[in-house]
Design a protein. Structure first.
Length: 105
């Protein structure tokens, strides 16, 4: 009987997942959409990974929508985020990166 191993998380997806909290903490929150898209595309193979990637995308979409739709005069997404929102967004990125890293083994 032959068993197949579940697909592993690729290094590109892991690097993208870890770059999200780095970009947000480094005040490049708008650019974090690119690695979030990479994580979403890379997470299509397994259901558990999809949930984590979708949760991170929902956080990003919510923050981005609040910035674009709100009456804020902030010139960038990073300037729009309060310190608490930045910390929560960064923490969400770390949680997703750890979850994907643990599943990569």
């Amino acid at each position: 009987m032959t068993t197949t191993a579940p697909p592993r998380t690729s290094k590109a997806v892991l690097v993208a997942a870890w770059s999200v909290p780095v970009l947000v903490a480094g005040q490049f929150a708008l650019l974090s959409g690119v690695p979030i898209a990479v994580v979403l595309i890379g997470a299509l193979r397994r259901r558990a990974r999809r949930r984590w990637a979708a949760a991170l995308a929902v956080v990003y979409a919510g923050v981005l929508t609040a910035w674009l739709a709100g009456p804020s005069s902030a010139p960038s997404l990073s300037k729009f985020l309060s310190p608490l929102a930045t910390a929560l967004f960064t923490a969400a990125g770390v949680v997703v990166a750890v979850a994907l890293s643990r599943r990569a083994r």
